[in-house]
Design a protein around this ligand. Structure first.
Ligand SMILES: Nc1ncnc2c1ncn2[C@@H]1O[C@H](COP(=O)(O)OP(=O)(O)OP(=O)(O)O)[C@@H](O)[C@H]1O
Ligand SMILES: [Mg+2]
Length: 450
C-alpha cells in the first residue's frame, strides 16, 4: 500500500505536520485533553483536521475500523470557512471523500482501505443534541468562542467508543473569545473544579505561535505586526491575559489588588448582592474613604446552591457586630415572587434572616461606566477602586469580562459575571460623571440615604 498506515511515524509523514504540530501530536500519547493554541496563524485549524485523520488512521492500525470522531466549530459559517472549504482543497482523493449522508450528516469518510473511519463536521448551535452521540474523539476549533463551560462538559459526556480506552478531546484556539476565562483556568492555570481533579494529569497545553508556521505568507505577517497593541499581544504573542474584547481594560492586577488593612471606623460601609442558586450568588462588602472618595472592596462571599435564608445568614454571620453597614444594594429580581405558591420574595426571606435589602440600580451601562471611572486614578495617583487580595472571585472574573459582540458597550452576560454584578449594584448611589464634575457637586455620596 503506497500510503501505508500502521505505526505513528508513518501516519505523521502522511499528515505533514510542522515540528510544533508534531510536538502537539506527540502529547496525545499521554494526555486526553489537549489545547493547541494561543496565537494566530500557527497552524491550529490545519492541525485539527489532519489530526482527526491521524487519529482515525491510528484506530484503523489498531484494528478498529469505522470509528467516528467529530470536528466542531461554534457556527456553521465558521465550520465552512475554517474547515470544510480547506478539506475540499487539501485532502487527497485517495484518502476518502467528503459527503453528506443521513446517518452522519456532513462528514469526511476515510477510504475503506485506510480503515473506513468517519470525521463528522459539526457546529455547536445546539450542543444538547449531541447528548446521546458517541465519538471516539472530539476536535473543537476556536474553543474560546464557547462562552459556557457546560458545553465542554456536555461534549465530554459523548466521548466514548467501544474498544477505545482513552477517547481524546483536542481543541485549538486563540485567546480572544468569551470563553477565555474557563479555557485559561483549565489549560493555562491548571485550576480544576473538584469534579475534574482526577483528570488533572490528562490536560495538556501546547503553545502555537505564528513563528512556528513556515507556511505563512509575508502579507499575513505584515497584518499581524501592524495590529493595535492589545490584539497584537493576543494574536501575535499568544497572551491569554489580554484580549481585544476585554471590558475593563484599565484593570491592573498590580495596582488594583491590595493587602488587607484595618478600615477606619468612620468610613461608610455598604454591600452589593447578586442573587443566584444554580449559578453562584455573590455579596461584596465595600467601604468608602470620605476624604477622597476611594472605594475599597474588603470582603467577598461567593457560593452556590444556598437557599435565600442560608445566603442571608452567611452574610449576617460574616459581618461583625460592630461593623455598621449603611445599605445592602441587591439585584432587583430578588423582589419577584417566582411562583404562585411563593408567598414571599427573596428580599422577604433575607429580611426574615436579618438582612434588609435596598433595590439596586440595574442599568448595566451606568454600572459599567461607574466601575470604569473608579478604576482610573484619583488625584493622589492611586486608583479609585482597590480590592483586598482576599476577594478572589472578583479578582478572577473582573479582568476576564468581555464585551457583548451584539451590544458592543455592554458586557457579555453569558460569562461568570456575578461578582461584577454585585459590584455594580453596590455602586448604585455613586453618581455618574467625571471626577471633575464630582468635585463641583458637593459630594455625591453625601446624598446617600443612611
Ligand atoms: N503543516 C502544514 N503544512 C502546510 N501548510 C500548513 C501547515 N500548517 C499550517 N499550514 C498553513 O498555514 C496557514 C495557517 O494555518 P491555520 O489556518 O491552520 O492556522 P490557525 O492557527 O488556525 O490560524 P487562525 O489563528 O487564523 O485560525 C494555512 O494556510 C494553512 O494551510
Ligand atoms: Mg484557525
Amino acid at each position: 500500500m503506497e500510503h501505508a498506515i500502521g505505526d505513528r511515524l508513518e501516519t505523521i509523514n502522511v499528515l505533514g505536520f510542522t515540528p510544533r504540530q508534531a510536538e502537539a501530536w506527540a502529547q496525545l500519547a499521554s494526555h486526553r485533553f489537549l489545547l493547541y493554541g494561543g496565537a494566530r496563524g500557527g497552524g491550529k485549524s490545519r492541525f485539527l483536521r489532519w489530526g482527526g485523520i491521524g487519529l482515525l488512521m491510528d484506530h484503523a492500525a489498531a484494528g478498529r475500523r469505522g470509528v467516528v470522531g467529530a470536528l466542531f466549530c461554534s457556527t456553521y459559517p465558521e465550520l465552512r470557512d475554517r474547515q470544510v472549504s480547506k478539506i475540499e482543497m487539501e485532502f487527497p482523493k485517495w484518502l476518502g471523500d467528503l459527503r453528506d449522508s443521513q446517518q452522519f450528516g456532513l462528514a469526511f469518510h476515510v477510504a475503506e482501505e485506510y480503515g473506513g473511519g468517519v470525521l463528522q463536521l459539526r457546529n455547536l448551535d445546539d450542543p444538547s443534541k449531541y447528548k446521546s452521540s458517541e465519538f471516539a474523539f472530539i476536535l473543537i476549533d476556536e474553543l474560546t468562542q464557547i462562552a459556557d463551560p457546560a458545553v465542554f462538559h456536555t461534549l465530554r459526556g459523548s466521548l466514548r467508543w467501544a474498544g477505545v480506552r482513552r477517547p481524546q478531546f483536542i481543541a485549538a484556539s486563540n485567546p480572544d473569545g468569551p470563553g477565555n476565562l474557563w479555557v485559561r483556568q483549565l489549560w493555562i492555570e491548571r485550576d480544576y473544579p473538584p469534579e475534574l481533579q482526577p483528570l488533572a494529569d490528562e490536560f495538556c497545553f501546547v503553545q502555537s505561535l505564528p513563528t512556528d508556521n513556515p507556511h505563512l505568507d509575508d502579507s499575513y505577517w505584515q497584518d499581524l505586526k501592524t495590529l493595535p497593541p492589545d490584539l497584537r499581544r493576543a494574536w501575535l504573542e499568544g497572551d491569554w491575559y489580554v484580549f481585544s474584547g476585554q471590558a475593563f481594560k484599565s484593570w491592573r492586577t498590580e495596582r488594583h489588588i491590595i493587602k488587607p488593612f484595618e478600615i477606619p471606623m468612620h468610613w461608610l460601609r455598604f454591600r452589593g448582592i447578586d442573587w443566584g442558586y444554580a449559578s453562584p450568588f455573590c455579596c461584596l462588602w465595600i467601604a468608602r474613604n470620605p476624604d477622597n472618595g476611594r472605594v475599597v472592596v474588603y470582603r467577598e462571599l461567593y457560593g452556590k446552591e444556598l437557599t435565600d435564608r442560608q445566603q442571608a445568614r452567611m452574610i449576617a454571620d460574616l459581618t461583625p457586630q460592630d461593623e455598621r453597614i449603611s445599605t445592602s444594594y441587591a439585584d432587583p429580581s430578588m423582589w419577584a415572587r417566582s411562583t404562585l405558591d411563593n408567598v414571599t420574595s427573596t428580599a422577604d426571606q433575607y429580611l426574615a434572616a436579618g438582612v434588609q435589602l435596598t433595590q439596586a440600580d440595574n442599568n448595566r451601562l451606568n454600572g459599567k461606566r461607574k466601575i470604569d471611572r473608579l478604576l482610573e486614578d484619583l488625584p493622589d495617583g492611586k486608583p479609585g477602586l482597590l480590592v483586598f487580595e482576599t476577594c478572589s472571585n472578583l479578582i478572577r472574573t473582573l479582568p476576564a469580562m468581555a464585551y457583548d459582540k451584539r451590544h458592543p458597550e455592554d458586557i457579555d452576560t453569558t460569562q461568570e459575571d456575578h461578582a461584577v454584578d454585585a459590584l455594580r449594584y453596590a455602586l448604585t448611589s455613586l453618581r455618574e460623571g467625571s471626577p471633575r464634575q464630582e468635585k463641583k457637586q458637593a459630594n455625591p455620596w453625601m446624598e446617600m440615604k443612611l
